[in-house]
Design a protein around this ligand. Structure first.
Ligand code: PEP
Ligand code: MG
Length: 833
């Protein structure tokens, strides 16, 4: 049986703890005390020799757990270990648990015959029940938020102002967020009370505490400030309140009935969103809620490390929410986007963070458990409020909390396996969530928000799942199993479509299926024009999941692996080994065809939260693609090493994104040469003739294509970016996205010029942008002489079919005419009529 030693400054305390612990168990547990010192004048203290003797008295091979109060008790216990024979020392453990709770937990376990690890674990976790029981948000947060208490007295002498809240919704999430943001700019302590319901004073820099005050329209609040800049702070806050936080004021609601801004709206019958992935789908709605992340409570040795991990996760979550906010403001309204300001403030809430910190540092809890305990408590508090609007905020806090927990635990998805095919409804879906979908079970996708990066859209397309995104929060009011239909090409969504609508949509679906069936026959055949010119048709993928679809669709290689997708939903970049494993798996799937890996293309619309890319005014003209990689050569080197290693076994090529100058190509080639030498010195095999290509997606690269062609082995034209740069219009900004029309003759002429320059030097050209996936674009691309097309897999059969209908002569004639048309619309009309 494990023995227990209690070390305390006070003999009385030790006897009391022993008495308490012994009462909890039946039977004897070996407990020894080493408490107080033999000085009648001054009996409080600890003595290492006494500790040693106590340990020896209860020692057995099962081990001894020593619990101490504080200060010299710890040092005496450490010293006592030194006196022990070496073979015993390892079996005696000093336990950092609090002396009363820890001793009781340890004694109970020892009495049950538990081994020393179990006894220690129980003792360390002894505070958990108390933490769970005692903490309520206000109590809990004010416990750690001593400044609120401390200012109570000072508040008497502080300056206070009393204001009436005029906003229709009261101090709801958006104005509360503005209040906290304004208050946080000042050093003084700011506390707030809802005078109308005689609430407690709460921290004015805490979004949670402010919301929980439940301030309604017409309520009077008191704001007190203590500190050097108190007057200025109060003036600022007064102005903010008096300007109604920039919101329109409406008459006082009768009876103060306080409802959610959305609750009075009836579910609409049709919605319109961003067309994302083509195809029509009809089915029952399945409202996707990510499963909550499971967290295990643990006692940790290094609280500082836990805290740092949590801080990193919070930072990443912060950036992710900023990205969603940006997209929401571009795609919906600023009002809707502003709700995310409150989400951001949840992550910054000082009282909330102190409560979490306390659990990590004082109670030794792991970061995830500490975070979850506090989040759960806040969620419960919101849910228990009478106000329905505030009750609804519990979902916001839960979302933010889960986002951080997912990052902490590395859980990147939690999709339920749908029992039957349905239409997936979600607030948003991350790329990793999409890649986990079973395309057979998901008829279509509708999301409330468009993805910030539209990667989810690209992936939905690549999986052949019809999708409409950016439908707004209205969508989330749908009930499970509501009948819904969507057209991924027009962006239309029907809620409870009537019979006539269903019939019409079914006709379109049947037509769609007939075309698919017809083109499936062609999928396995090469793409050859009627007069014998063969084009290589490859697939664009984001990971292992869609590599398999590529093979099934008849791809003759992977023309573009967007490697950045693999780097998403993580807290750190991929290691070399991780990359080798993934590239290897993909190369094996596509073998004997080649795998073209594009090096990390981040920045612009594709931020990676953990890389500390600060927001830029013009992200598309900023630090992205190869520019970022050349400034972070370690990332590039790791990736090049991984690609080269895989090239020893499988046909692999390197593709460099966002090349704007010859200088950049040469710089990468120098780094590649170093990597090759390193591998050679380490006797690691690789393909000595590995090909290196560049994407042509920036006008300067197209203009300099003749020079660039002499530097590399192939070109791959990225028409998505090329069109936005040629047309000077941001492809993610709905106000100008239309301008970035890839059918504009300016874009097509740039492609023509690039192909000519490449062929003049004797290198091949692929098109890997969206344009390659449009069957109607096949005559132009074939006519311009493009050698390879790379596209989302579901598009392959139809493009092969389009090529098989052409002769080179016809295609060249069409390309010639089109290059001389004067607008994108004219080109489209010509091709479709
Ligand atoms: C492109 O720009 O056309 C391209 C293929 O790259 P991405 O869409 O990933 O930027
Ligand atoms: Mg691009």
């Amino acid at each position: 049986m494990v023995g227990i030693v209690i070390v305390s400054h006070s003999a009385n305390l030790a006897i009391g703890v022993q008495e308490l612990a012994s009462q909890m168990v039946q039977g004897d547990v070996k407990i020894a005390l080493a408490a107080g010192i033999d000085d009648p004048e001054n009996p409080l203290g600890t003595d290492a020799m006494k500790v040693h003797q106590a340990i020896a008295s209860v020692y057995s091979d099962d081990g001894v757990v020593v619990l101490m109060d504080l200060g010299s008790a710890v040092m005496s216990a450490e010293m006592a270990l030194e006196f022990l024979p070496e073979e015993q020392r390892d079996k005696v453990k000093l336990c950092e648990a609090p002396i009363v709770e820890g001793t009781i937990a340890a004694v109970v376990q020892a009495a049950n015959g538990a081994n020393i690890d179990r006894v220690l674990m129980e003792a360390r976790g002894a505070l958990a029940a108390k933490i769970a029981h005692l903490s309520s948000v206000i109590g809990d947060l004010s416990l750690v938020n001593s400044e609120v208490e401390a200012t109570n007295e000072q508040r008497q002498i502080s300056k206070q102002i009393h204001l009436t809240i005029q906003n229709q919704m009261g101090l709801h999430a958006r104005p509360a967020a503005k209040f906290v943001a304004a208050a946080s700019r000042f050093d003084c302590d700011i506390t707030v009370q809802n005078v109308s319901n005689h609430s407690e004073w709460v921290n004015g820099k805490s979004i949670n505490q402010l919301l929980i005050l439940a301030v309604h329209q017409g309520n009077e609040i008191a704001i007190a400030a203590v500190g050097a800049d108190a007057e200025r702070a109060l003036a600022t806050l007064q102005q903010l309140v008096e300007s109604n936080f920039g919101e329109k004021t409406t008459a006082l609601a009768i009876n103060s009935a306080f409802t959610s801004p959305y609750s009075s709206l009836l579910a609409p019958s049709a919605l319109h969103g961003i067309p994302t992935s083509p195809g029509i789908a009809i089915g029952k709605a399945f409202l996707y809620q990510p499963l909550p992340v499971e967290v295990t409570e643990q006692q940790v040795e290094d609280p500082q490390a836990e805290w740092q991990q949590l801080e990193t996760a919070i930072q990443i979550a912060h950036r992710e929410i900023e990205e969603i906010r940006q997209a929401a403001s571009a795609q919906t309204s600023e009002e809707e986007a502003a709700i995310f300001d409150a989400h951001l403030l949840f992550l910054e809430d000082p009282t909330f963070l102190s409560a979490v910190r306390q659990r990590i540092f004082d109670y030794g809890l792991n970061a995830a458990a500490a975070w979850k305990i506090v989040i759960d408590r806040i969620v419960r508090t919101y849910k228990n409020l009478k106000d329905p609007y505030l009750q609804a905020r519990s979902a916001d806090v839960r979302d933010v909390g889960q986002r951080v927990l997912r990052l902490l635990s590395g859980v990147t998805f939690s999709l339920l396996d749908l029992p039957e095919p349905k239409i997936l409804i979600a607030s948003d879906l991350t790329p990793s969530e999409i890649t986990q979908l079973n395309p057979k079970k998901v008829l279509g996708i509708c999301t409330a928000r468009g993805s910030a990066t539209s990667h989810s859209g690209i992936l939905a397309k690549s999986f052949g799942i019809p999708a409409v995104m950016g439908l707004g929060t209205e969508l989330l009011k749908l009930e499970n199993d509501t009948l819904i239909a969507l057209n991924g090409e027009s962006g239309q969504v029907w809620l409870n479509p009537n019979e006539a609508e269903i019939d019409q949509l079914n006709t379109q679906i049947n037509h769609q299926l007939a075309i698919q069936e017809e083109s499936k026959i062609l999928a396995s055949q090469p793409a050859i024009t009627r007069d014998g010119k063969k084009l290589t048709i490859m697939a664009n993928i984001g990971g292992i999941g869609d590599a398999k679809l590529a093979v099934a669709a008849g791809a003759e290689g992977i023309g573009l692996l967007r490697s950045e997708f693999l780097y998403m939903d993580r807290m750190t970049p991929l290691t070399e080994e991780e990359q080798v494993e993934i590239y290897h798996a993909i190369a094996e799937i596509i073998s004997p065809h080649p795998l073209i890996i594009r090096t990390l293309d981040i920045g612009g619309d594709k931020p990676l939260s953990y890389l500390n890319l600060s927001p830029e005014n013009n992200p598309f003209l900023g630090w992205r693609g190869i520019r970022f990689l050349l400034d972070n050569p370690d990332l590039l080197k790791t990736q090049l090493r991984a690609i080269l290693r895989v090239s020893a076994t499988y046909k692999t090529k390197i593709l460099l994104p966002m090349i704007t100058s010859i200088r950049e190509v040469r710089a990468v080639k120098e780094i590649l040469a170093d990597v090759r030498t390193e591998l050679q010195l380490a006797d690691i095999l690789f393909d000595e003739n590995i090909e290196i290509g560049i994407t042509i997606e920036v006008p300067s690269a197209a203009i300099m294509a003749d020079k660039l062609a002499t530097e590399v082995d192939f070109f791959s034209i990225g028409t998505n970016d090329l069109s936005q740069y040629v047309m000077a219009s941001d492809r993610t900004n709905p106000k100008v996205a239309k301008l970035a029309n890839v059918f504009e003759p300016a874009v097509l002429r740039t492609i023509a010029q690039t192909v000519q320059a490449a062929h003049h030097t004797g290198i091949k050209v692929a098109v890997c942008g969206e344009l390659a996936s449009f069957p109607e674009a096949a005559p132009i691309l074939v006519g311009l002489g493009v050698d390879e097309l790379s596209m989302v897999s579901p598009a392959i059969p139809a493009v092969k079919a389009a090529i098989a209908k052409l002769t080179m002569e016809e295609a060249e004639a069409i390309a010639n005419i089109i290059l001389n048309l004067d607008s994108g619309e004219a080109v489209k009309n010509y091709l479709t009529n």
